[in-house]
Design a binder for this molecule. Structure first.
Ligand SMILES: Nc1ncnc2c1ncn2[C@@H]1O[C@H](COP(=O)(O)OP(=O)(O)O)[C@@H](O)[C@H]1O
Ligand SMILES: [Mg+2]
Length: 518
């Protein structure tokens, strides 16, 4: 390492608070950014640290007694011994100095005074994750060294990707999904609310780029609720029989239910097996005398039953709901998933941006799949890992619903069946903290709301430090922390462009990805 690559030396520190170094007087303070990776060269180990804070210091206040107007004089003073800059850094991991093949370890000691500090380079960042699991997701905030995430670890626990609309969630998610499929680490079931993970997408420059089904024609299948989607291999059909009161409760606001409607619904569902057929088709056709008889039989209020049946007429326009037991598409999705084929469920044509349809279909399909998997995998010795990706996750995982909701159940208990969630959301504060605590890896992009920021750091170590770092991030940048990375990584997310696509096409498969190496 050349002498001039050093940017300062250690002046103090504490194990709990981190280290401070004096910035070389020839380096402008503006060249150092919160979140920069630096390496402190100790005697036996190198310490990989991140910049926490930058302070302007003076050795004497006398320098301020006379205002200085001349630029030359200011510059001379800046490199004098009267003023200097001090940088706080936090050491997250160490590397052995003697064995360059080993990976990072947790910090157990501190480097001594005057240890030299330099910016981290490609080699340092490469030593964070074993190569076979390392997936290139971007670069540090101020340099071009590749930064990696451990995709195997990512898929082993629930993951959460949070950020405001337009922050870059879908693009980052697509790259991670592509990596998981290509390296055969996990099979995906994606509820693709905005139809972004099918054959192709259009980028900001109006270029058409292939998306997941375009990249992996034989490993990814598109299902759609609307038959107008020409890319779809299959169409979703859901018999009335598959709808449970909890599915309707989830969308009760969109169906204009009153609290009474829910009560009535539960009574009817309890007493009539084909309650959906009854409420949507049969009841409206009844005359007033017959209605009276039904009221008595069910022991419900006439007005409430009328209102409930009326609200549910909204479901009649959903052509994929069938009033019969004809074969559903659920078996076919199950078959694809158990053969390692990823499934992208899309919402085209009449159902584009229709939240009612999105919530309803995602909930029903996932519950059926959950039921099958929770039985199926117990006797299966070598299960394939499945990741279920869902947008607008807070709807399913709110305090109000998560306990009985299927996504809540998966978040809490499906890890043992090798099924995990990949949650994508712009309002993390609306997700139940109990579910947030079950998220192993968090990828946080730009967030503005205070409550959302607080929520994503709940239960995380170094939350104060990370919160400050997050406040400096912009569109296209992410802070990744948790199980899949050895230290919190602030990154400029790489571009999803022709280079990425080319790289994915030529990427090596893992040979034995299912084996638990941790
Ligand atoms: N990694 C990326 N590569 C290329 N373009 C990106 C990337 N991230 C974001 N963009 C651009 O920013 C826009 C918004 O990103 P998107 O992922 O759709 O945001 P979100 O899902 O958070 O609303 C995209 O349409 C795309 O043009
Ligand atoms: Mg999006």
């Amino acid at each position: 390492m050349k002498k001039n690559a050093y940017i300062g030396y250690i002046t103090g520190g504490a194990f709990s608070e981190g280290l401070t170094f004096k910035l070389d007087r020839h380096i402008p303070t503006e060249n150092v950014r919160i979140g920069d990776f630096v390496v402190v060269e100790g005697k036996n180990e190198d310490f990989l640290c991140e910049v926490d804070d930058i302070r302007l210091k003076t050795t004497t206040d006398e320098v301020f007694f006379e205002p200085i107007e001349e630029k030359d004089e200011l510059e001379r003073l800046a490199v004098s011994s009267f003023v200097y800059s001090e940088v706080s850094i936090f050491p997250y991991v160490t590397f052995s100095k003697t064995d360059s093949k080993t990976f990072s370890r947790s910090v157990k000691t501190l480097p001594s005074h005057f240890s030299l500090v330099r910016k981290a380079n490609d080699e340092d960042l490469r030593r964070l994750i074993p190569e076979e699991n390392a997936f290139y997701i971007g670069t540090p905030l101020t340099t071009n060294a590749p930064v990696y995430i451990d995709l195997t670890k990512l898929s082993m626990r629930n993951a959460g990707l949070f950020g405001i609309t337009g922050s870059g969630k879908s693009f980052l998610a697509r790259m991670l999904f592509a990596g998981l499929i290509k390296k055969r680490i996990s099979t995906l079931l994606i509820f693709d609310m905005h139809n972004e993970h099918g054959k192709s997408i259009i980028d900001e420059q109006n270029n058409m780029l292939v998306s997941l089904a375009g990249l992996f024609p034989s490993e990814v299948k598109i299902y759609d609720v609307d038959s107008s989607n020409e890319d779809a291999a299959n169409f979703i059909v859901i018999p009335y029989m598959y709808i449970e009161p909890e599915d309707l409760e989830l969308v009760s606001d969109l169906l204009d239910f009153s609290p009474k409607s829910l009560e009535t619904l539960e009574i009817v569902a309890l007493k009539k097996k084909d309650y959906m057929h009854f409420l949507i088709e049969a009841y409206p056709a009844l005359g007033s005398e017959e209605r009276d008889r039904v009221i008595e039989e069910l022991n419900v209020n006439l007005e409430s039953l009328n209102a409930l049946s009326r609200h549910l007429q909204k479901l009649k326009r959903l052509a994929f709901l069938k009033d019969s037991e004809e074969t559903s598409s659920i078996d076919s999705i199950m078959k694809d998933l158990s053969h390692g084929v990823s499934v992208v469920v899309q919402f085209s044509g009449a159902y584009k941006d229709d939240k009612l349809v999105y919530y309803l279909v995602s909930n029903i399909l996932t519950r059926r799949i959950y039921e099958k998997f929770s039985n199926f995998h117990e006797e299966d010795k070598n299960p394939k890992r499945i990741t279920i990706a869902v947008e607008e996750a807070h709807k399913f995982l709110s305090r109000q619903y998560q306990m009985k909701n299927v996504f809540g159940k998966i978040a809490r208990e499906m890890r043992k069946f090798n099924v995990t969630l990949f949650i994508i959301d712009q309002r993390p504060s609306e997700i139940d903290p109990e579910v947030l605590s079950q998220i192993g890896t968090r990828l946080v992009m730009e967030l503005k709301d205070e409550h959302d920021i607080e929520a994503v750091f709940q239960g995380a170590s170094h939350s104060k430090r990370l919160m400050k770092l997050l406040s400096t991030l912009e569109q296209g940048q992410a802070l990744v922390f948790g199980y899949a990375v050895p230290l919190p990584l602030p990154v400029n997310v790489r571009k999803y462009d022709r280079n990425f696509i080319e790289e994915i096409r030529t990427l090596k498969n893992n040979t034995n990805p299912i084996e638990d190496i941790y």
